[in-house]
Write a protein that binds this ligand. Structure first.
Ligand code: NAD
Length: 361
């Protein structure tokens, strides 16, 4: 297969971690007989330095014309970097928001996996973490409360603020289809999370999810109220496969799910549109405090690259080869500083990339 990938290394540790992900993709391609071509583009602070803006039309076009986008992270130290003296619409993060919008990336996928080798970092009780967990939060990204009409005004001498939570049938259907499609290639279970006991938008959500479920008889579907889901994530996270939910619930639940893994350097993410196109990036930021030191953990970016192979290119064996290689490296006791524990062998960012490459079979 030929894969045409736009590559945004970005700022801070971005170039270091993306270099390692590329090494791993190159090794997988040579083992399994694929061709990858990368087009490097600027976004974020590095684009401000060169172009005066965080995202150019040229970068958007290159991303649109590629099969997928691999990204490191963008942004700098928000207290000291000159990028944050610019008006908000010209800062690094504005570039990412505009890119997501331009590419119509409405589905955000965040896996939260507890690797058995990193169980010690999990803040949950041992009897809960012993079962391990491997879930994926599928969050609607471009609708709901964050995009509804809002206003603050005075009424009868009292300040009043209104936010509006709106979803159309079409917006719910397209994310539900994504959720069921992805559950099909995982363990075949969707937990749809809403607040249908109170909210009309949630009642419509539940109705449409049930309609979509009829097309996926092999996928089990259950509905859970968001307050219960927040409790279940810390009580019994192993029960979840795909959690499908709207924008604000997903924002909160995905942070909760990632915190229970305990390891920020291991958390990948993908944002997709209604085709197989997606933007793949670690969940963490550009870590300016450790930039240029070759100590960052590249695994979240490498796992994001594995997600890209699975979800954008349908290359499941190749994606699993990366996951297995990471597991072997952890079994062998290698750790970057952020996931280091007693008795393990500390390695640099580039050494971790080399180790994953060496373990790809
Ligand atoms: P951060 O995630 O960059 O860092 C938080 C802490 O985690 C730091 O101590 C950092 O050293 C550590 N860390 C993060 N990734 C690591 C890795 N791979 N290996 C080892 N340690 C790692 O969050 P922050 O400091 O709040 O933000 C820094 C910059 O990143 C800001 O400009 C912020 O806006 C930006 N940011 C970008 C994205 C993105 O590109 N999508 C996401 C979040 C934050």
């Amino acid at each position: 297969m030929n894969m045409n990938i736009a590559c945004i290394s970005g700022d801070g540790i971005g170039p270091e971690i993306v270099a390692e992900a590329k090494k791993v993709l190159d090794k997988v391609s040579s083992v399994y007989g694929h061709e990858i071509s990368y087009t490097d583009v600027l976004m974020g602070g590095c684009s401000i330095d060169v172009n005066g803006v965080p995202l150019t039309d040229e970068t958007i076009e290159i991303c649109k014309n590629s099969d997928a986008v691999l990204m490191g992270s963008i942004g700098g130290n928000t207290s000291t970097s000159p990028w944050y003296k610019l008006e908000p619409s010209k800062r690094p993060e504005a570039g990412l928001l505009k890119l997501r919008k331009s590419l119509n990336l409405f589905a955000n996928l965040r896996p939260a996996v507890l690797y058995p080798q990193l169980r010690g970092a999990c803040p949950l009780k041992e009897e809960i973490s012993a079962a391990g967990f491997d879930m994926l939060i599928m969050r609607e990204l471009t609708g709901g409360l964050y995009f509804g009409e809002r206003k603050t005004y005075e009424e009868n001498g009292m300040m009043k603020a209104v936010d509006t939570l709106t979803y159309t049938e079409e917006e719910i259907r397209r994310i539900a289809v994504k959720g069921f499609e992805i559950a099909k290639v995982r363990r075949g279970k969707v937990t749809s999370v809403d607040k249908a006991n109170v909210l009309d938008s949630s009642r419509l959500w539940r109705k449409i999810v049930n309609e979509v479920a009829e097309d996926y008889p092999d996928v089990e579907v259950e509905h859970m109220l968001v307050d219960n889901c927040a409790m279940q994530l810390v009580k019994d996270p192993a029960q979840f496969d795909v959690i499908l939910t709207e924008n604000m619930f997903g924002d909160i639940l995905s942070d909760e799910a990632s915190m229970v893994t305990g390891s920020i350097g291991m958390l990948a993410s993908a944002s997709m549109n209604d085709t197989s196109f997606g933007l793949y990036e670690p969940s963490h930021g550009s870590a300016p405090d450790i930039a240029g030191l070759n100590v960052a953990n590249p695994l979240a970016t490498i796992i994001s690259a594995a997600m890209m192979l699975k979800y954008s290119f349908g290359l499941h064996t190749e994606s699993e080869a990366i996951e297995k290689a990471i597991s072997s490296v952890l079994d062998q006791g290698y750790r970057t500083g952020d996931i280091m524990s007693e008795g393990m062998k500390k390695v640099s960012c580039s050494e971790m990339g080399d180790l994953v490459v060496a373990n790809i079979k």
